[in-house]
Design a protein around this ligand. Structure first.
Ligand code: AHR
Length: 828
């Protein structure tokens, strides 16, 4: 069967060696593949291992962005527990914050109280603010906390309550009641804490919730009278991951564990640099008793308690068997936000911080920082092997001067610790040269690019100099136009990872970024995992990470892919249209291949179109978009659309639609003077939307323009007043492949990515091995190109497991828009 098929198809195969280059991909339209079910011939040379895959290729990057720590992974349920919030002047998002944020006053049964926050006699120098309640009339008075948009409670679950309190000029009852109250005022459980007196005292208790709710508040109530001081009011589920006190949310850690991650890069990102020198992340502020930790504001627009601090990060690494990769700042503020540097003669304490961190992780209990770790409950070392110096450093002389001072000091103090440097932001890795000179162990590069970029850059590492430092892809994510977690973005990342596995001799570690996004408090999308108080949403990108993390393999096997050339590319065909975005226009003439059309007869799908004084006018300046679509479809070898139009008001230009289906969907538009009149762009709508090419450019209001879009096989050319503005070749799509071998299971592991809208039938031949199992396991992630898992539809795209027939020669069809993993056992 295989040989017959092979003979028939060989004539029209194009040689395509995946082991060398898989990159010629691939922004693909529904049109050029419409008639072209792909076919591929895959050869795996099982006896030709190429490179070993790093045991820690797939890991995690955690940053406190999007409420990932407080209100997220850190299981504390009280928000602003020590009244340290304040309005953030450097981030608009945080301007509404204040010391009583998330708190409200309780005055019931005739009681009267005035509440303020003061720092007159603080709990300790690091934790200065506390609430002062002046109770002038007893009753039932106190303060309530809504947590993070309401507190989630599970019936019968037990919660630890603690707070620091102090009473002055007190009369009456010297106990405090901590009550959990549902939104309707009903009681969810309470505890009475005794022992209030004139000095700061920690009071503790346990509440068992008598019902489940998502909307509870925590109330601190007294029936006494006088002045009451409160600080560090805390409510913690006992059921944290591994039951740790001051621990982490179980469901979120479980989601991490399921990825099979091998390292954790933490605690950021931009927050490590800080927005200004007093905002630098100093790890020493984040260890010890939580009441003694020194909080700081978060440049993403909120506050950090540091309750999830360095000890907890190391503990998480230990729990999930991940290598810890702490990122320490190198005295350089966040290059995107400030241009501040710690002066060279003041750098000493910052360098010492890096050295002391290693002692905190690995030092004996007799050492200063080893003792701090031991006092926190972990006398054994955490076995730290790596340290990341700097985050995404911008290339400046000050940075170049500071980096070697840190690396040299770390090497001198701890020669065995591996230094991970930074290559700077963007794929052009501006400071990799500095890292190469410094001879760091590996260098961290970051990119947030379009799916098309990821598909087209599978060969990125093929030509990297193997004498230079290893590569750590420490932050990456495919960002489509809407910055959603579409299946297409996920599969483009998978294809990129295939290129990385092939180059695993130079790429040592990779991790997606950011990791977490809170449903209601995200500054940055897309993220790998979304959550709210109760739910955890695993995105399509998550599943790719999981599939790759659980099926890595130990060694890469040489392979080849021969793709059948798809049928000759066709011309983009379909309905045409004219539209706008926040703009009004007048259209004078429309023609296709020289034939005048009457747009007034077209279907209006949005906006306000009418004929005025012989012109076709769109007068709704707020429509995004306004769109009028021809009833007729155009299909010819060459389709030339000519439209004379002028913009009369608004921020942008006009949209020329082509290749749409009868519903007005799919195909493309040419966005003339989009992005607030700054760029022209060709945007593709085959499943989601993507700008496939754009150039700088603008237009003038009230000036007539002759626009022309010329569609020829596999090509789109756009003209403005006779001048060629954009020339876009629709590239052919291809199958992406990685093949590895797992020594323990003796599985050959194939990772296949089909980024096209058509299934690809693959003939798979496992050569150079003696006995191949007749069955293989298959994990398949496929669906619509723009499919996304959401809170409403969390399981739209999930990996499905099945068994398929295998053997040394077998045929398997990879569905459209799919990532698949096939594991087949071999004897040798
Ligand atoms: O991942 C979000 C941010 O992106 C990180 O903080 C930073 O390193 C990068 O710019």
């Amino acid at each position: 069967m295989y040989n017959t098929l092979e003979r028939v198809r060989r004539a029209c195969f194009v040689k395509y060696n995946a082991a060398l280059a898989l990159s010629t991909l691939l922004s693909l339209t529904a049109f050029n593949l419409a008639n072209a079910e792909g076919t591929a011939e895959i050869q795996i040379f099982c006896d030709q291992p190429t490179v070993d895959l790093s045991p820690h290729l797939y890991g995690l990057f955690f940053e406190d962005i999007n409420y990932a720590a407080d209100g997220g992974l850190y299981a504390e349920l009280v928000q602003n527990r020590s009244f340290e919030y304040y309005s953030l002047t450097k981030n608009r998002r945080g301007q509404g914050l204040h010391p009583l944020y998330a708190w409200n006053m309780i005055q019931r049964r005739g009681g009267q109280v005035e509440t303020r926050v003061t720092d007159a006699e603080p709990l300790n120098p690091n934790n200065r603010n506390y609430a002062e309640l002046q109770i002038t009339k007893s009753g039932e008075v106190g303060v309530g906390n809504k947590g993070y948009d309401g507190i989630h409670l599970d019936q019968n679950a037990r919660y630890n309550v603690s707070l620091y309190a102090r009473a002055k000029s007190w009369s009456g009852d010297s106990s405090l009641t901590i009550r959990l109250e549902a939104e309707d005022g009903s009681d969810c459980g309470s505890v009475c804490l005794q022992g209030l007196d004139g000095d700061w005292k920690k009071l503790e208790g346990v509440i068992t919730a008598n019902k489940s709710t998502d909307e509870a508040s925590l109330l601190v109530i007294t029936e006494g009278e006088g002045t009451l001081h409160l600080d560090m009011v805390s409510l913690f589920p006992q059921d944290t991951y591994n039951g740790h006190k001051n621990g982490l949310r179980k469901d979120l850690v479980q989601a991490l564990k399921d990825l099979n991650p091998k390292f954790l890069r933490f605690p950021g990102g931009c927050i490590v640099h800080g927005h200004g020198l007093d905002n630098i992340y100093r790890w020493k502020d984040s260890v010890g008793d939580v009441a003694q930790r020194k909080p700081n504001w978060n440049l993403w627009g909120y506050h950090q308690t540091y309750g999830l601090g360095y000890f907890e990060y190391f503990q998480l690494c230990e729990d999930l068997k991940m290598e810890p990769l702490p990122v320490v700042p190198i005295g350089v503020g966040c290059g995107f936000r400030c241009k501040e540097f710690v002066p060279i003669d003041e750098l000493g304490p910052h360098i010492q911080d890096a050295i002391d961190l290693i002692e905190f992780a690995n030092g004996p209990v007799t050492s200063t920082w080893g003792k701090v770790r031991a006092d926190m409950g972990h006398p054994e070392p955490f076995d730290l092997k790596y340290i990341c110096l700097g985050n995404e450093e911008h290339d400046t002389p000050d940075m170049r001067q500071r980096f070697p001072l840190f690396s040299q000091a770390v090497r001198e103090a701890y020669p065995d610790i591996k230094i991970i440097g930074t290559s700077g932001l963007s794929p052009s890795i501006p400071i990799y040269d500095l890292m190469a000179r410094d001879k760091v162990y590996s260098s961290d590069e970051h990119y947030y690019m379009s799916p098309a970029w990821f598909l087209a850059n599978q060969d990125r590492f093929d030509d990297f100099d193997r004498d230079k430092p290893l590569i750590f892809v420490g932050e990456y994510a495919a960002h489509d136009t809407d910055r959603k977690n579409t299946l297409y973005s996920a599969l483009s990342e998978a294809a990129f990872l295939n290129g990385i596995e092939r180059n695993a001799d130079i790429v040592d570690m990779t991790c997606y970024a950011p990791l977490f996004g809170h449903k209601n408090h995200s500054q940055w999308n897309p993220d790998l995992i979304y959550f709210d108080k109760r739910n955890v949403i695993r995105t399509t990108n998550y599943y790719v990470q999981q599939m790759y993390g659980q099926n890595k393999g130990d060694v890469y096997l040489r392979n080849s892919v021969e793709m059948k050339a798809s049928d000759a590319p066709s011309t983009v065909s379909g309905h045409i249209g004219i539209g706008t975005w926040n703009t009004t226009i007048e259209v004078d003439k429309v023609s296709v291949n020289g034939r005048q059309l009457a747009p007034s007869k077209w279907r209006v799908s949005s906006g306000d179109y009418s004929m005025k004084e012989g012109q076709y006018v769109q007068s709704d300046g707020r429509a995004t978009p306004a769109m009028s679509i021809s009833r007729e479809a155009f299909d010819a070898e060459t389709v030339t659309i000519e439209i004379r139009a002028r913009k009369t008001s608004g921020a942008e230009g006009f949209l020329i639609r082509f290749g749409a289906d009868e519903k007005g969907e799919g195909g493309y538009w040419w966005n003339v003077a989009g992005w607030n009149n700054s760029r022209h762009g060709i945007e593709n709508f085959s499943g989601g939307s993507e700008t496939v090419q754009s150039v700088n450019g603008s237009i003038d209001a009230n000036r007539w323009y002759d626009t022309k879009v010329e569609l020829t096989p596999g090509r789109i050319r756009c003209y403005l007043d006779g001048q060629l503005i954009q020339d876009y070749t629709i590239e052919q799509a291809s199958l992406s492949l990685s093949s590895t071998f797992d020594r323990e299971s003796r599985d050959v592991i194939l990772k296949l990515v089909n980024p096209t809208s058509e299934p690809i039938q693959a003939q798979i031949n496992l050569a150079g091995t003696s006995s191949v199992a007749s069955e293989a396991s298959l994990i398949s992630l496929s669906g619509a190109k723009d499919a996304t898992n959401t809170f409403e539809h969390p399981n739209k795209v999930v990996p499905e497991k099945s068994t398929i027939s295998a053997g040394d020669e077998f045929i398997h069809t990879v569905p459209a828009f799919a990532v698949e993993i096939i594991r087949v056992k071999v004897k040798r």
